[in-house]
Design a protein around this ligand. Structure first.
Ligand code: HEM
Length: 301
């Protein structure tokens, strides 16, 4: 098994790549918006997993949308603000939580936390072109479109690390979550984005939710035999079967925004019985997210 990376080395490299750490901020995906909602499972969800939120609903959910970099003041229209993030925390009836951490591209530049560290160190040292030249998957990711959304609610999100689901009969399904906006996709051109206020995404979401809820479908893209489940750089074909797991309804902006931003920690490996990692990157991410969380919490003024 690959050696775990030093979480602090990853935070240091991210800080350097983004021009210095901002006290209290996440090392990456620093600018965000916390929204409240509920999840109601589809009739098919229990057939995929015995996890409690797939049996019955509604389950309360806290959602954090975010921009990519470690710069909390970054303008929403900035090219570096993509991929956008969508993190979900389902508050289960027994008092525990389970999380999904997704972003707006179906893929990832690297398959391991060690390669992630090497890539961020290269970005910090301004040697990214050399890294990309020797890492074809990272080069391919760099070339993928990173669209600028008109709204956080008009973009699709992908939790690219595969998970293994077990239902009450012991049947196993391996798949990757994706969140599909009911409103469809609505994007801005770079010129349109440049004309928007720096925080247009938070303002748009407040306006949208004041008029009524926004919805996403939680889908599971199911792996077929031979699909790589341990490598998030490899997208599976779009023709793969997708199971509709249920509907996420966004109901309002969280009123205690600052407190939630500070105290929320989303972990892709926080999973209930009936769901487990298939991709080793799920658990490899945990100590790095934990280190970023402890650092920003400790800096609280
Ligand atoms: C090598 C793998 C990865 C590393 C080292 C890494 C690192 C980090 C770190 C340090 C944070 C800040 C955590 C905090 O302070 O709470 C973070 C947050 C985040 N990451 Fe990753 N990440 C990895 C993979 C991914 C992948 C595959 C995705 C998307 C599918 C992703 C999406 C996000 C999002 C959306 C957030 C913000 C979560 C929030 O709203 O609190 N990351 N990541």
């Amino acid at each position: 098994m690959a050696q775990p990376v030093d979480p602090q080395a990853t935070l240091d490299a991210l800080d350097q790549a983004f021009g210095g750490h901002q006290p209290g901020a996440r090392a990456v995906h620093a600018k965000g918006l916390v929204v409240e909602g509920t999840f109601v499972p589809s009739p098919d969800a229990a057939g995929v997993s015995r996890a409690p939120h797939f049996q019955a609903g509604p389950t309360p959910v806290t959602i954090r949308f975010s921009n990519f970099t470690g710069v909390p003041t970054q303008a929403d229209g900035d090219a570096m603000a993509s991929p956008r993030g969508m993190a979900l925390k389902f508050h289960l009836a027994d008092g525990t939580d389970t999380d999904i951490v997704a972003h707006s591209v179906d893929g990832f530049p690297v398959a391991t936390t060690a390669d992630f560290l090497a890539m961020v160190q290269a970005a910090a040292a301004r040697t990214l072109p050399a890294f990309l030249a020797s890492h074809p998957a990272a080069r391919a990711f760099e070339a993928l479109p990173k669209p600028i959304p008109a709204s956080y609610a008009t973009l699709g999100y992908f939790a690219v690390n595969a998970l293994r689901f077990t239902n009450a009969q012991g049947q196993v399904t391996t798949g990757r979550y994706r969140l599909v906006p009911e409103a469809g996709q609505a994007l801005l051109t770079p010129a349109e984005a440049a004309g928007r206020p720096a925080d247009y995404l938070a303002a748009e979401m407040a306006r949208r939710l004041a008029q009524g809820p926004a919805r996403f479908r939680l889908m599971l893209q199911v792996a077929e035999t031979g699909d790589r489940v341990d490598d998030a750089t490899v997208a599976w074909p779009e023709a793969r079967w997708q199971v509709d797991l249920g509907t996420l309804t966004l109901t309002g902006i969280a009123s205690d925004q600052d407190f939630q931003q500070r105290t929320l920690l989303f972990l892709p490996g926080r999973l209930p019985a009936g769901i487990e990692p298939a991709d080793p990157m799920v658990d490899a991410r945990t100590p790095i997210y934990g280190a970023s969380f402890r650092r920003r919490l400790g800096e609280d003024g």
